[in-house]
Ligand binder design. Structure first.
Ligand code: ADP
Length: 201
């Protein structure tokens, strides 16, 4: 696959929900597979178990992925300790990671190490949380990346480019202090522009 970078490097794809981050990650990964490169795609697991799954876009495109509980388990898989990728003992050319915002700060040294070792790393994730505050390790990853693509969705209120994810709880804008995970709540998300994004104080 032709790339403007001669060796390993870091590509980051960000934007709000529905901006096409997963679509873009799947597009890049699919092209690498067509070029017969060895690709491993990861995403955060909701529980603490590894399993083979998919990265899926809202429009329905998918690519195979491994769900992992932590950045450390990505490292374990790639170094051959995991069972799922042991079919690729010589390593990988491309590592894709979706929902990068949900990994902790130890995602940063891992992806830098991979890039330094010659791997093309493609990350997709939310740059901002529902309060429009920088999300987890993503700000530092943006700073350290060779390539950054910032995508927009369509604002559900006015149709302008949306840069933010509106969180609604029971149809009402979420409060700044609401916990990120609400058990049993009626919650949903919409893409919104700066003008129509609302956070209750
Ligand atoms: P992300 O990974 O950024 O959440 P996806 O790649 O999963 O985005 O989904 C993007 C797709 O979502 C678009 O191609 C479109 O079909 C659909 N979509 C639904 N709502 C919107 C919206 N408000 N703005 C843009 N695309 C939307």
């Amino acid at each position: 696959l032709r790339s403007p970078y001669s060796g390993g490097h870091l590509e980051v794809i960000v934007g709000p929900m529905f901006s096409g981050k997963s679509e873009e990650l799947i597009r890049r990964v699919t092209r690498a597979l067509i070029a017969r490169q060895r690709v491993a795609v990861f995403k955060p697991a909701l529980d603490d178990r590894y399993h083979v799954t998919q990265v899926a876009s809202h429009a329905g495109r998918t690519t195979e992925a491994v769900a992992v509980p932590s950045a450390a388990s990505i490292r374990a898989h790639l170094s051959g300790q995991g069972e799922l990728l042991s079919a690729q003992p010589e390593g990988v050319d491309v590592v894709g990671i979706d929902e990068a915002q949900f990994f902790g700060p130890d995602l940063v040294p891992l992806v830098l190490e991979l890039a330094d070792a010659g791997v093309r790393v493609i990350l997709a994730g939310l740059d901002l949380d529902f309060r429009a505050e920088p999300f987890g390790p993503v700000p530092e990853l943006l700073a350290r990346a060779e390539s950054v693509e910032k995508l927009t969705a369509i604002c559900t209120v006015c149709g302008a480019p949306a840069t933010r994810s509106q969180r609604l709880i029971g149809g009402q804008p979420a409060r700044f202090g609401d916990p990120v995970l609400l058990v049993g709540a009626q919650e949903s998300y919409e893409a919104r522009c700066r003008v129509h994004h609302e956070v209750r104080r």
